[in-house]
Structures are given as C-alpha cells and as structure tokens.
Design a protein around this ligand. Sequence first.
Ligand code: HEM
Length: 417
Amino acid sequence: MGDYANSTGTGCPLSALSDTFHLTNEQLEETFHRARAERPVFYLEDIGFWAVTKYEDIKVVLGDKERFSSEITLEPLAPVAPEVLQLFKDRGFSPRPTLSNNERDDHARIRNNALKAFSPARMKKLEPYIRQLVNEAINSFEADKKADLVRQMVYELPALVLFKLLGIPDGDVQKIKMWADSRLILSFGRPSVADQLVAAGHMADYWDYCLAHVRKRMEHPEDDLPSDMLATRNGDDSILTVEDINNVVFGLLLAGHETTTNMSGNAVLSLLEDLKNWDALVADPSLIKNAVEECLRFRPSVVAWRRLVKEPVELSGVKIPAGERILCYLPSGNRDEEVFDNGEVLDLHRKDARSHVSFGYGRHFCLGAALARFELKVLLEELTRRLPGVRLCEGQDFEAVEAVQFRGPKELWIEWD
Ligand code: HEM
C-alpha cells in the first residue's frame, strides 16, 4: 500500500481516509477497495467520524432522515474562535440552515420552489454563455500547444456560470470569488484564528452583498435566479420568504462552483488516462451524455459527505451509537463490487452509470445536479471538438487540492500537436 498507509500516524492503513488529499488517486481507490472488503464501516480516530464505504450503506445514511440528520453538513471542521462568533454578531451575519443542513420541515418547501429556478429553460439560456467561456479559454491557449486546464479554464468557469445564474455583475466577480474561498476555508479547512477572522469578515461581506442583491431584484427584476425565485414567491411568504431567497443565494455560492471545478478536472483526467476513451468521444459525441455520468461515477469531486446519527444504528454489522458523526465516502460507493460490474474500469457504455451517488441521495440530492451535468457536457463537447488530439503531459503527479471532503487535480497539464 505504500508510505501513505501510516500518514496519519495511527498505524491503520484505512486511517489515511482522514486526509484523503495526501493520497494519489490510485492509493485512494486502493484504500477504498480494501475498506469495502475488510472493514466497510470503521472509526476514524483523527477526525472523530465513522467512515462508511459501501454503496447500500451510503444510501441508507443519506436517505433515511429519521435516523440520520444533515444538520452537521456545513459545520466547520475546526472549532470556530469566540472572536469569530463576536465578529458575526457585530456584523449582523445571520444566515440560517436552508438547504443542505436544514432538517426543519420547511426544507421541502424551499427546495421545491428553488428547484424551479433550475429549469431546463434556464439551462438552455445559459448554454451559449457556457460555450462562449469554454471557447474563449481555448482561444487564449490554443497556439501554445499546451495548457493547465485547471488554471486556464475550469477554475473560473463554474464560478462565472454561477454568477451569471445569480445575476452578479462582471465587475463584482473577483471580490465574490475571494469571499467564496473564505467560506470554504472556514467550513472545511483548519485555519488559524487570524485567518478565521479574515475569512469571517469576507463571509459577512458576502452576506451583506446577498441581501442587497435580492433587494435590488425586488425593485428591478432581471433574467436571473433571484428574480425567478421572487417571481415564484409572488409576494406570498407561504411559498418563499425573502429570507429564504437571501439564504439560497448565499448558500449557492459555496455549493455551486468548487464542486464543478474539481469534477471538470477529474472528468478530463479520467478520460485522457486511456486515450481510447477520449478518441471514442471525438468520433461519436453522442456518447458524451453517458460519459458525463460515468466520469461522475468513476472519480467524483465530493469525496465524503456528512450525517449525524440520531438513534443507535447498525451498518454492515457495526453498531454506531446516537450522536456519532458519519462520513459517507461517495467514490467508494460508486465502485462497490456488489453494485457496479467492473467498477474500477471507466466504461463509456456503462448502462447503470447514472446510479452513482456523487450528487448524494434522497431529500438533499444535489439541487444543482442538472446544471453541473449540463456544464460538464458542454465542456466535453467543446474540448473534444476543438482539441481532438489532446493528451496528458508526461511527468505530472496530479496532486489533489488540499480539501478534506472535496477532490480534484490542482493542475492538469494537457498538450496537443
Ligand atoms: C459536479 C458538481 C457537483 C457535485 C459533485 C455536487 C455534489 C453534491 C452533494 C454530494 C450534495 C449532498 C447531497 C446529500 O446530502 O445527499 C449536494 C447538495 C447540494 N448541491 Fe451540489 N454538487 C455539484 C454541483 C452543484 C451546483 C452547480 C449547485 C448549484 C448551482 C449545487 C447545489 C447544491 C445544493 C443547494 C445542495 C443542497 C440540496 C439540499 O439539501 O436540498 N451543487 N451536492
């Protein structure tokens, strides 16, 4: 299993799952394989979570709201300093659980009404913009015969698409991206108190921005998601409150781009690892729709997703008491031998590719799945059309972004003749 086995110092090879980004893709997959075979459910001492690695167990944990709560999904991994809580209080920072971490009964109402803003018509409207962004990026590096696809394309792309959806003016994009990075650091990183305070200030800035943005759309509706949600609300608080809309706009910033950036990197890397897959898409673009699903299954960007145990449960024969925290390892579920034949192989023709759990499962299933799928499809259509002879540059180690629950290559160097 290599050196990584003891990287967390506890001696158990599976404990490497506490910090997945230290592992190569192959090491990660091997660790999952071993966990499913030997200890499908086990405790990760370092981080105080139970690891769940089998497909059916993952579906039970994500899908059963009576026994598992999602209230901890966005809780900061590291404890938040009291100074940060004071800063939030002083700044009137008051978002409340609305979608991912909302266990109240109003989740379904907010979710169903927010979902209307992700209609096929809205996706169609975004299509020319997504194609334009991909093509502009290709134009900018085509003559170099070489590019880092992450830095030069997919780092920015999903954020720009999301900003378009939210109706955020181009001039505000840079500062909002900075605020969004701060949110990620505070929720999923392990920052020092000084860094926490900077990040918290940015989050409060973004909260203020969201309130002002929604207020503006109330006065002057435009062709975007906040205006769509306000139209759905039509002044009726029993459909959506203005507070709900503020919170959805605020929440989408985190959910909506880091995940897609990493997934785009994972998808292109997976397809180029064996060029016969890339060549197949070049020859027959109708395969791209299923290729998107298969890439999502094969190497998803959300590595682990959380739930809190509400009452004593048993998973794969392991008893877990109430109050414990669980991490569902989605990439492991996606390769479970009992569900996917030959799951370790990327198969563009796989019939059940879409059964993956990369967007979660049940009532919290990813709200942006249609948008993410659409973006990935357009990205692959344009890349295979414009750069059919592309290949991976040699000598790369595909280091993963430093995130505990998310995964994608930091850089992805590709070249062509
Ligand atoms: C490839 C890209 C993406 C992946 C892999 C992904 C994955 C996930 C996962 C694993 C969950 C948790 C589901 C659960 O708890 O069962 C989730 C929830 C969510 N995602 Fe995504 N996501 C992606 C893109 C997006 C985009 C583009 C948006 C919005 C524009 C978005 C918005 C959300 C929201 C709002 C939730 C919470 C839904 C709820 O609790 O009702 N995601 N996503």
